[in-house]
Write a protein that binds this ligand. Structure first.
Ligand code: HEM
Length: 446
């Protein structure tokens, strides 16, 4: 029966022009092999079928592309019908105005409104002072404590964004908001089964609560504020992108969500790599001590300080590369189309899988070594195969903001503390980078 089922499933997808590959079991496809074997599943399939192959993973017939040139082409081809293909649970919970759910002119409008909020000028004048103030307080009193740095960096990423979004109210709403936000995140990564007790159902309820909290903030604000919510609500000419209240709420959820796991995991992994590589930590600390020494203790990190953190930027890029915080991005076809000579049916998912390029010895010499110095050559950041922040029309608009947050976190962390790991805890690298039991460190003052 098993053989017959597998064969029947292969026959269903044996359409002329499709890439080679296997489809696994009906309904489940090859999801369990993909999740269990992780990157090895992808590498084995590539060895058998080439760098473009078909599979059935996470509930959808999927074409996986591990071809750097095709990957770039896919990311540039949204107008040809290759739109974001994130799971239904994510779209449901993040809202219908969420940036990944909108295309064409609506995407342009939402993205324009977002870019205006997190531009270089905004980071320099509005956001960096808030990030500095937040990190200073958040990183106080860690001395002589055992800390779960995974949990801390998660709180840090969320609370830092919340302060940038609603400075005045962030401390009063954080208590209620944070647990709801964590439920929302879990819901977006779950199967869309709407039964009481499922993560999806809880995530959906959390979204409702968050919409209520944000709606209340919008209603109660009478005068203008210099934070993200304040800018989004402006009705005068200083705001070119006037959004409805529903759009403002989804935009805020987008900002919180997109900068959450990326920033927190990168910060946690940077702490881990710095712990394991004392020479890198020494160099990083030298950079930050020099910044600290040239200012008074009460003076905040400013734009020029941030720009002078060249080695810190290199540490962040090397962490993103070696830990592969982002394995790839998802697209789906809105019509039948040809890619690399293959014919991809409408509605198929395309997994632009960029992980392997991070370990390619032709791109990165000695690829398994944690060597931030390689990024001191700035041209490496602009190589076309480098897709850690995506590419094309959906390239990450929060890149510099994320780097500013992680850099400020590292500044206060390494200038105030030294730390050692306790427990030697397990780290999972796939499908997401996480420490299932937390990552505990003993912190003492520097
Ligand atoms: C280390 C930090 C970060 C990494 C590695 C990262 C990575 C990425 C990647 C790979 C994409 C492309 C997704 C796709 O093409 O489907 C993306 C998109 C996006 N990122 Fe980031 N990101 C980071 C930080 C942030 C931050 C702090 C924000 C906060 C605003 C943010 C907001 C977004 C948004 C809104 C999009 C969607 C853009 C669109 O669809 O037009 N990201 N990010």
């Amino acid at each position: 029966i098993c053989t017959a089922l597998l064969k029947w499933n292969e026959m269903r997808y044996r359409k002329k022009g499709l890439p080679p590959g296997t489809m696994g079991w009906p309904v489940f496809g090859e999801t369990s092999e993909f999740l269990k074997q992780g990157p090895n599943f992808m590498k084995n399939q590539r060895a058998r079928y080439g760098s473009v192959f078909k599979s059935h993973i996470l509930g959808c017939p999927t074409v996986v592309s591990m071809d750097p040139e095709l990957n770039r082409y896919i990311l540039m081809s949204e107008a040809k019908g290759l739109v974001p293909g994130y799971p239904q649970s994510m779209l449901d919970i993040l809202g219908k105005c969420n940036i990944a759910a909108v295309h064409g002119s609506t995407h342009k409008q939402m993205r324009g409104a977002l870019l205006a909020l997190i531009s270089h000028t905004m980071i320099r004048e509005q956001l960096l002072p808030k990030i500095d103030e937040f990190m200073r307080t958040f990183l106080s009193n860690w001395d002589n404590k055992v800390i779960n740095i995974q949990e801390k960096t998660k709180e840090m990423a969320f609370l830092s964004s919340l302060k940038q979004i609603a400075s005045a109210e962030s401390s009063s709403v954080a208590q209620e908001f944070m647990p709801e936000f964590f439920k929302l995140v879990l819901g977006t990564l779950s199967l869309p089964i709407d039964l009481p007790g499922t993560n999806y159902c809880r995530g959906f309820q959390a979204r409702k609560n968050i919409v209520r909290i944000l709606g209340q903030l919008i209603k109660e604000r009478t005068d203008s504020h210099n934070d993200m919510l304040g800018y989004l609500m402006r009705k005068d000419d200083s705001n070119r992108h006037k959004l409805s209240d529903d759009e403002i709420i989804d935009q805020i959820i987008t900002i919180l969500y997109s900068g959450y796991e990326t920033v927190s995991t990168t910060s946690m992994m940077a702490v881990k790599y710095l712990h394991d590589h004392p020479r890198v930590l020494e160099e990083l600390r030298k950079e930050h001590m020099a910044i600290k020494d040239r200012k008074k203790p009460e003076n905040p990190i400013e734009w020029n300080d941030l720009k002078s953190m060249r080695f810190t930027r290199a540490v962040i890029f090397e962490t993103l590369r070696l830990a592969t915080i982002v394995n790839g991005v998802l697209r789906k076809t809105t019509q039948e189309m040809e890619l690399n000579g293959f014919v991809i049916p409408k509605g198929w998912r395309i997994y632009v899988y960029t992980r392997e390029i991070n370990y390619d010895p032709f791109q990165y010499a000695d690829p398994l070594a944690f060597n931030p110095w390689r990024w001191m050559d700035k041209s490496l950041e602009s190589q076309s195969y480098f897709l850690i922040f995506g590419g094309g029309t959906r390239q990450c608009p929060g890149k510099e903001l994320g780097i500013a947050e992680i850099s400020t976190f590292l500044h206060y962390f390494v200038t105030r503390y030294r730390w050692e790991e306790v427990g030697g805890e397990k780290l999972m690298k796939f499908p997401r980078v996480e420490a299932p039991n937390g990552l505990h460190i003993r912190v003492s003052s520097y």
